[in-house]
Design a protein. Structure first.
Length: 275
């Protein structure tokens, strides 16, 4: 069901890129609805199995985001049209790796092999025991699609290309996004695998455990440190892209102001006065 919703969202957003202008907003509306539904329906998995706090928070925040986005799309607000264009480009990049098994497995296997190689080069203890499995003692980590960094790459390229830009700006943005995220994600994986297999953070099981032996180290390494580190890094990367594409910074500011204004309308607060 969840995979079906993400797939439908991808189809809707990709259709957004190719259908006539006057119908685009309806594809965008469908795409945002499907992706938010998938986030909400995935809540039990992230809360009870993964013990992850970031995705449940995103799911909760996605509800007001969806309401505002849909209403603005139906008003033909260019800000949400460009935002949807960014999402559509991100899905176009993600789609081959997410839905063509041969490409997805190739990327997973490549990342797993490189994480194993880096680990061996810097003296980590784990080793590769299968095409996508890294293990030390009884602890093993499976490299899956979410570990490849393709989602972050797709999202940041979607952000970079959502506005009309020059060829030079596109090339610079690509070079800032793709190799930087890919390489840093490899070291992120190395950190998580070594931290878990060596049980670096085996504490506070009352909040970090999901009942699985040794999971606490994975929780702190992956669900807290790596997630927060990735979030901070993506914000810094976005700021770097804004330097390359100044109009994108203005777009981000105007978009934030739009959502903030709608929230203030809901809460009955007046917009701050400006000179």
């Amino acid at each position: 069901m969840l995979n079906s919703l993400v797939f439908l969202s991808a189809i809707a957003f990709i259709a957004f890129l190719i259908i006539p202008q006057d119908k685009k907003k309806y594809c965008a509306v469908a795409g945002w609805i499907f992706i938010v539904l998938s986030l909400i329906l995935d809540l039990p998995f992230y809360i009870y199995e993964e013990n992850n706090f970031l995705y449940p928070m995103m799911a909760v925040l996605s509800i007001p985001f969806l309401i505002i986005t849909v209403s603005e799309l139906l008003r033909d607000n260019n800000l949400t049209i460009y935002l949807s264009r960014g999402a559509a480009i991100a899905f176009l990049i993600y789609f081959p790796f997410g839905y063509i098994p041969e490409l997805g497995n190739w990327l997973i296997g490549t990342v797993a092999a490189q994480v194993a190689w880096i680990g061996a080069a810097i003296g980590c203890h784990y080793s590769m025991v299968d095409w996508n499995l890294l293990q030390y003692s009884v602890f093993r980590v499976e490299i899956i699609h979410a570990c490849t960094g393709i989602q972050s790459i797709a999202i940041m390229l979607g952000l970079s290309f959502c506005l009309p830009t020059t060829l030079k700006q596109k090339i610079y943005s690509f070079l800032v996004v793709v190799p930087v995220i890919y390489i840093l994600n490899l070291f992120r994986n190395v950190f998580v695998v070594e931290a878990y297999t060596q049980q670096w953070f085996n504490f506070l099981p009352e909040i970090a455990s999901n009942g699985e032996y040794g999971y606490e180290s994975f929780f702190w390494a992956h669900n807290v440190l790596a997630e927060l580190g990735a979030l901070v890094f993506l914000i810094l990367l976005a700021l770097a892209i804004f330097k390359i594409i100044p109009d994108l910074g203005d777009f981000a500011r105007d978009l934030i102001n739009l959502y903030a204004a709608r929230v203030r309308e809901w809460t009955g607060k007046k917009s701050p006065k400006t000179d």
